[in-house]
Design a protein around this ligand. Structure first.
Ligand code: ISJ
Length: 395
């Protein structure tokens, strides 16, 4: 039995960003901001969250909340925390505080791509061969990572703040992870992708898949968007995800609405996006259970899931850890939001591991896929204040 304190709501989201310290949990979405401090209870599995929350009380009428992260590997432990105390605020975009709090993190940084860029392109070729064989996956999401080491302990709070103010309408998070040797470990990022949100009887999922770079030149930017919307390869890559999410939600829903894909823009990329909405058969279905049912979608793994996962395991030379997992928050009624953990870094001590991947289908081009991951890495690099090419060979 535990009791969760609910502090008075903050007037401005920026106050919660300023109050964030490593080991706390922070989530900002278009529906609001949550900062959780301390740990009254902890679990490793999404499926156990509802029972855990039922064992506690809170000042809030919605009961206690849990907040945290799960990894890509569905068999590996997550870290979902019921904080001792919780503070909330209206969304960042409504704070009127603008972007005045951005500051680059101190460098210099050494950067080590894992694998080397040309090896990632070779990995894409290997995936293409597996797809062509016809007896394995139909789509595989292949990722690469970039390890940055800096001059001192990474200021996670400043990085979180930079990410949040760069995109106040996005999903920005910092989740405490199982500790690395001797230092706290945090997953910090700004993801454009909603895995699932549930409020009362309504459910929403907004898968993204199919990407094109943005351009500072408005006519080029427009062309890139129009080409993406008309690209048969990208529409196929996207359709695979929409179908899996729709089928994943169907058993829980009385109605489901699946519109045609549209464009969603981040600062650096265009994506194909489908906002799937539905009415739950049972409005008490916990959001954490829906997240567990959908994770990992073919947007981050591929399809069919088991074959794609096996291909990833055979080709990616690193452990994804919490990248391409999910970060989210739920109350005791099951209302909550779960975000796909992409455009993120796993930070411990003076080191950040950045990750980016892309969906490979039979028409994918290895060089274009490498370039796409480089653009995706820029979300974190720009928030760090690093604006240098990353694919030049390193000494
Ligand atoms: C895997 C990532 O992004 C995912 C893959 C996408 C794609 O292949 O086009 C687009 C959005 C995300 O669902 C990533 O950012 O690392």
């Amino acid at each position: 039995m535990f009791h969760q304190r609910t502090e008075p709501a903050a007037k401005a989201a920026g106050d919660l960003l300023d109050a964030y310290r490593p080991e706390a949990a922070f989530l900002a979405t278009p529906s609001g901001v949550v900062l959780g401090e301390g740990a009254a209870a902890v679990t490793e599995r999404l499926e156990d969250v509802a029972d855990l929350l039922a064992r506690g009380t809170a000042d809030s009428p919605a009961g206690p909340i849990a907040i945290g992260a799960i990894p890509f590997d569905t068999g590996a432990p997550g870290r979902l925390v019921v904080p001792d105390s919780v503070r909330t605020s209206p969304p960042l975009a409504e704070s009127g505080q603008g972007d005045r709090r951005q500051r680059p993190l101190p460098g210099p940084w050494t950067m080590r791509p894992v694998p080397a860029p040309d090896e990632h392109a070779e990995g894409v070729e290997r995936v293409l061969k597996r797809l062509a064989a016809g007896d394995g996956p139909a789509k595989v999401v292949l990722a690469r990572s970039l390890r940055l080491s800096g001059p001192g302990t990474v200021d996670v709070g400043q990085l979180l703040s930079n990410l949040a103010w760069r995109d106040p309408a996005g999903h920005t998070f910092a989740a405490d992870l199982p500790a690395a040797a001797g230092s706290t470990r945090t997953l910090v990022g700004a993801s454009p992708e909603l895995l699932v949100a549930k409020r009362g009887g309504r459910v929403v999922s907004n898968p993204l898949a199919g990407s094109a770079p943005r351009s500072a030149d408005p006519s080029k930017d427009q062309r890139s968007a129009v080409d993406l919307l008309g690209s048969a390869k990208d529409r196929h890559e996207h359709a695979v995800v929409v179908e899996a999410v729709t089928e994943g939600l169907r058993p829980y829903c009385r109605t489901l609405d699946v519109p045609e894909p549209e464009l969603a823009g981040t600062a650096t990329l265009w994506h194909l996006s489908t906002r799937i909405t539905g009415e739950l058969r049972d409005p008490d279905t916990p959001s954490a259970l829906l997240a567990a049912a959908l994770h990992p979608t073919p947007a981050v793994c591929g399809s069919p899931t088991a074959a794609a996962r096996a291909a990833i395991g055979g080709i990616e030379p690193f452990d994804r850890g919490f990248y391409t997992g999910a970060v989210g928050c739920t109350d005791a009624r099951g209302d909550g939001e779960w975000i796909v953990s992409i455009r993120c870094a796993d930070v411990a001590g003076d080191t950040l591991d950045l990750f980016a991947g892309g969906g490979i289908v039979p028409d994918s081009d290895p060089d274009a896929e490498l370039a796409e991951t480089s653009v995706k890495l820029r979300t974190l690099l720009l928030a760090l204040g690093v604006n240098q090419p990353i694919d030049a060979p390193q000494g």
